[in-house]
Every structure is written in structure tokens, then in C-alpha cells.
Design a protein around this ligand. Structure first.
Ligand SMILES: Nc1ncnc2c1ncn2[C@@H]1O[C@H](COP(=O)(O)OP(=O)(O)OP(=O)(O)O)[C@@H](O)[C@H]1O
Length: 304
């Protein structure tokens, strides 16, 4: 499969702060690629370099076979970018916002009218097209922002944390759109700090932390290689970590504790048969997750 994006050893500093320390990854055409990392890891900086908003100090970006540092070679017509912060004209209607952005991307006249109709349908806001954006919820604005990046039918769509602070309905709409775009063959590059999102949407994943890619590969490969089997024990009044035999690592989660262990059966039996000093309200084997991948690679939880 051909590669839609190849980035090689990107470095970027802001004053004294080294935000990217040699970021390297590639994205196959027609796939959804997830860039996963905690706040401040370097996701937005990477995305902004990809779209040419800022320049890297070192390293290279090749998008659709074109060296992105050679500006004016038509990349802008082939790539869409949804920034982290919503950039819309509040007083204008959804339709007029889309008209403005479409023209900026070089789409005009009848073709633009047709595309606005199509994207409004895709984001589920056809009925609200005449309303000023200032009357929209955060999630609806975010959907219009995504629509704006789709008007010129990009081959690559870059989305920087598109679901931060939005309602579940808008989030589901965004997920549906991403799945549909993937079916149409669009390459998606999706940054987030929500593991469940990359697990639900992405094929290949890179995990970024402190400006470095610490692991990358297919979701299944990462889970296979780094994730630890675990038992979850819910015991709301248990304030100290339980000391079950064979535990590799124990950490708090929700109203209980996550116990990573190779000895699943023994650990289950331990909690069923021993007095741990608190009432156990739930006991279950946990499926491997990116949370445990992140934890085993960094020693910290992604949600910290
Ligand atoms: N314009 C800037 N000036 C100075 N430092 C910056 C600037 N932009 C980002 N940084 C710093 O660079 C590092 C990487 O930031 P970046 O925004 O790329 O991370 P992120 O993973 O997108 O996190 P977030 O989800 O919080 O946006 C952080 O330490 C951040 O404080």
C-alpha cells in the first residue's frame, strides 16, 4: 500500500522548549492513523508542521509524494485541516461560513453550492444551515469546522483533537463521518488524547510523549507487544492498593484497582476467597487496552 505521508526526524523548539525531538512516522494511503499522546506531548506541533502553519527546525515531511517544504505545488488543494480551536465567523450562518472557507480553498459557483449541500448533509446540520453559528453548541460548531475542511474533497484530512469538549451526539456524528470518509478512500490523520477514540477508529497508531514517538504500529501489534493482562477489582472503600500474589503492577482506576498480572486465575481466586478489608463490588478480567500500553511504556497513566 502506497504511503500518503512520510515524516522523518522532525525537530521543533519554542524558545528553550524542545517540543519535538525527532518525530518519525508514516501513514498508508486510505487508512486512519492515530497520533495519541497526553496534553503537551507535541501533537498539535506535529499537525501544524504537516499543514505548513509552522516550520520544523529539522526533518522532512512528504505528503502525497510531495516535499511539503516546497510550497505552491498544489498540496493545499489536496489536504484538509481541522485545527484544534474552532475557527468560524460567529455572526455568519453555517452556510455563509462554508461559502467563505470553500472559496478560500478555491471552490466556487455551482460546484461550491453543491458541495455545501453535501457536507451539511454529512454533518447532520442541513436544517440549521441558515442559522448564525453563534447559536450552535460547541459540538455543532466543531462539525461545521470539519465540514469546512471537506469542501474541496481533500485526499488527506488532518484532524487535531476534534472531539475535545463536545457532546456525545456530535462525537458520534464525527465518528460516523470519519468512517465514511475512510470508506471513500480519504487518508485520515487523527490526533487525540482519548485512547478509546484511536481504538475505535484507527488502523495504525503512533504514541507520542514528550516530543518523541515511543511506540507505533497496528493497534493489535501494540496490544500484543506492550499490553499486560489485568484484573479489575472494584472496592470503593479500599483505599490502599491490594497486595495480591503475582501482581506486576497495581494502580487505581475508577472506584477500584487495576492489577496487572500473568496469573489471572490465581488473582481472581485470591479476591474471591480472601478478606481484602473491603467489600468487592465487581471483579473482572480486563481486555488489553492502549491505557496499559502507555503505562508500560512510560510508567504513567495517559489521563494523568
Ligand atoms: N507557541 C508556543 N510557544 C511556546 N511553547 C509552545 C508553543 N506551542 C506549544 N508549546 C509547547 O510545546 C509542547 C508541545 O505542545 P503541543 O501543543 O504540540 O502539544 P499537544 O500534544 O498538542 O498538547 P495539547 O493537547 O495540550 O495541545 C508543550 O510543552 C507546549 O507547552
Amino acid at each position: 500500500m502506497e504511503e500518503a505521508l512520510v515524516i522523518d526526524h522532525l525537530q521543533k523548539s519554542y524558545d528553550q522548549k524542545q517540543a519535538l525531538q525527532g518525530v518519525t512516522f508514516s501513514v498508508k494511503s486510505g487508512t486512519c492513523f492515530g497520533l495519541l499522546g497526553p496534553n503537551g506531548a507535541g501533537k498539535s506541533t506535529t499537525m501544524k508542521i504537516l499543514t505548513g502553519i509552522i516550520e520544523a527546525d529539522r526533518g522532512s515531511v512528504h505528503m502525497l509524494g510531495i516535499d511539503a517544504s516546497e510550497k505552491g505545488k498544489g498540496l493545499r488543494q489536496r489536504v484538509g485541516y481541522v485545527p484544534q480551536s474552532i475557527t468560524l465567523y460567529e455572526k455568519l450562518s453555517a452556510y455563509d461560513n462554508l461559502k467563505f472557507f470553500g472559496e478560500m480553498y478555491g471552490v466556487r459557483g455551482k460546484k461550491l453550492q453543491q458541495r455545501i449541500k453535501e457536507v451539511l448533509e454529512q454533518i447532520g446540520l442541513k436544517d440549521r444551515s441558515k442559522d448564525a453559528v453563534e447559536t450552535f453548541s460547541g459540538g455543532m460548531k466543531r462539525r461545521v469546522n470539519i465540514a469546512a475542511a471537506l469542501l474541496h474533497k481533500p485526499e488527506v484530512l488532518i484532524l487535531d483533537e476534534p472531539t475535545v469538549g463536545i457532546d456525545p451526539q456530535s462525537r458520534n456524528h464525527i465518528f460516523d463521518m470519519i468512517r465514511m470518509l475512510k470508506k471513500e478512500g480519504v487518508t485520515l490523520i487523527y490526533s487525540t488524547h482519548y485512547m478509546e477514540e484511536v481504538e475505535a477508529l484507527c488502523d495504525d497508531i503512533a504514541i507520542i510523549d514528550h516530543g518523541k514517538i515511543i511506540a507505533q504500529g497496528h493497534l493489535h501489534e501494540l496490544l500484543e507487544e506492550y499490553s499486560q493482562r489485568a484484573i479489575y477489582v472494584e472496592a470503593p472503600t479500599l483505599k490502599e492498593p491490594p497486595t495480591s500474589p503475582g501482581a506486576i503492577r497495581t494502580y487505581p482506576q475508577g472506584e477500584g484497582w487495576m492489577i496487572e498480572t500473568e496469573k489471572l486465575k490465581e488473582t481472581m481466586l485470591y479476591f474471591l476467597n480472601s478478606d481484602v478489608g473491603a467489600k468487592v463490588t465487581r471483579l473482572e478480567i480486563v481486555r488489553p487496552s492502549l491505557e496499559s500500553v502507555f503505562l508500560s511504556l512510560t510508567g504513567t497513566q495517559l489521563r494523568d
